[in-house]
Design a protein around this ligand. Sequence first.
Ligand code: COA
Length: 224
Amino acid sequence: VSLTWSPGPATAAVGARTADVWRVHLPVLPGVVDRSLLASARRSVLARYVGGVPAALSFETSCRLCGDERHGKPRLLDDPQLDFNSSRSGPWALVAVTRGAVVGVDVEGVERMACWDEIAAVAMADIERRRLAEIGRDLQPAAAARSWTCKEAVAKAAGWGLAADLRAIVGTRGGAGEPVLEAVPPGWGQASSWTLFDADPGLGHPGTVALGATDAVLRAWDLT
Ligand SMILES: CC(C)(COP(=O)(O)OP(=O)(O)OC[C@H]1O[C@@H](n2cnc3c(N)ncnc32)[C@H](O)[C@@H]1OP(=O)(O)O)[C@@H](O)C(=O)NCCC(=O)NCCS
């Protein structure tokens, strides 16, 4: 099922069991990774939920898992119940937002998965590697990128990022072709308490939104 992206509202509200994903097209400057563009897009998105001037929003990034103040999942001090997460790959950035649940997002370029078997060796479960090996070679990088974005979106939602046991986070496809979380690391609760959504911003860039809630819907907005 392909997602329909609509122009996003100037003021937005999101409730439980709903996640919004905002798509942002950013200029790619050769050899430059400009994090400030994503940061200002993120502020512009979040100000639509909270009100006020984007530049006035304040964040904190202390890690709930180890206390380090620099690498925790960013949280919005202005509205702690609003959870958000963002990801960038090539010209695309995604910002996911929800309320009263955790949300994570990841987007990857398929071209970065040319050597997917090296990533699979450290980050994929045996079942995922078997599934990838069974499909045609030319389809493997895209499938590996999809598999990776499921893992990373869940790991980012939970605040672990790449420090999570990535091999224990396994996504698959349900009967209608929808993404489904099959397994999570021990101590993380039930995989069935998560909802995954495909959120590809553009061709060759699989994206996934992971929401820590069930019976949920995703709304897809363009930041204009
Ligand atoms: C967070 C992380 C997954 C980002 O990976 P990436 O593929 O380079 O980048 P993405 O574009 O997908 O995402 C970047 C965004 O993730 C968010 N982020 C940062 N730390 C995060 C965390 N712990 N959890 C969830 N999201 C996080 C930030 O908003 C960041 O954007 P910014 O740099 O503009 O602020 C990766 O840097 C990581 O795992 N960091 C270490 C986390 C860690 O050490 N945890 C230790 C637990 S003790």
